[in-house]
Design a protein around this ligand. Sequence first.
Ligand SMILES: C[S@@+](CC[C@H](N)C(=O)[O-])C[C@H]1O[C@@H](n2cnc3c(N)ncnc32)[C@H](O)[C@@H]1O
Length: 206
Amino acid sequence: MSKRGSSSRWYQTQISDPFVKERERQGLRSRSAFKLTELLERDRLLRPGGVVLDLGATPGGWSQIVGPLVGARGLVIAVDILPMTALAGVHFILGDCREPATLASIGVALKSRQADLVLSDMAPNLSGIRDVDEARSVELAETAWETAQMFLKVGGSLVLKMFQHQDSERFLLEIRKYFIRINRRKPAASRSGSREFYVVAGGLKG
Ligand SMILES: C[S@@+](CC[C@H](N)C(=O)[O-])C[C@H]1O[C@@H](n2cnc3c(N)ncnc32)[C@H](O)[C@@H]1O
């Protein structure tokens, strides 16, 4: 398809997408915020006073949702390789989750608390080659899991963005044994044509 044709198709999708309209109405930073809202409600993942680690947080749609839910006694730490406009009550760390320096900064920001919930909506820069992009996404999910192993409390939950791929299945089999329950979710705001899905893993075992 020509560049013009694909941009016009993108425009049509945008104007007919109810989540795009609702995002604008509510002043949310991302359309993806609706995916997280559905996951949080369905799996009851968060309470006031909770500690949340939001990996791959920019532009901040997910942090914007969890901040008010945990309230003043809670803590939200957002991490991204790209800068994020400040959000009240959210501690932002500019860094790559694969780097030890970023992990050290997360440790300092937690102030000896542990996370109740680790979120990862991390996505790679797309190359356009589906197999490469999906394999990179699995690597980011593995990074998120390694980070969760450092900071998630026993009993805590993990939410991961993933894409259908043979490596995703292998990875899911691997983490299954560490949690009491694991569910695959496709929130309504996740486009039906996308191979994206979310893993909600609850009850980290000791
Ligand atoms: C889909 S966006 C996240 C959107 C966000 N959840 C929201 O609702 O606003 C994915 C983000 O992952 C970040 N990212 C990718 N690789 C990363 C890494 N290794 N460390 C930290 N962030 C990363 C990207 O910079 C990008 O901002």
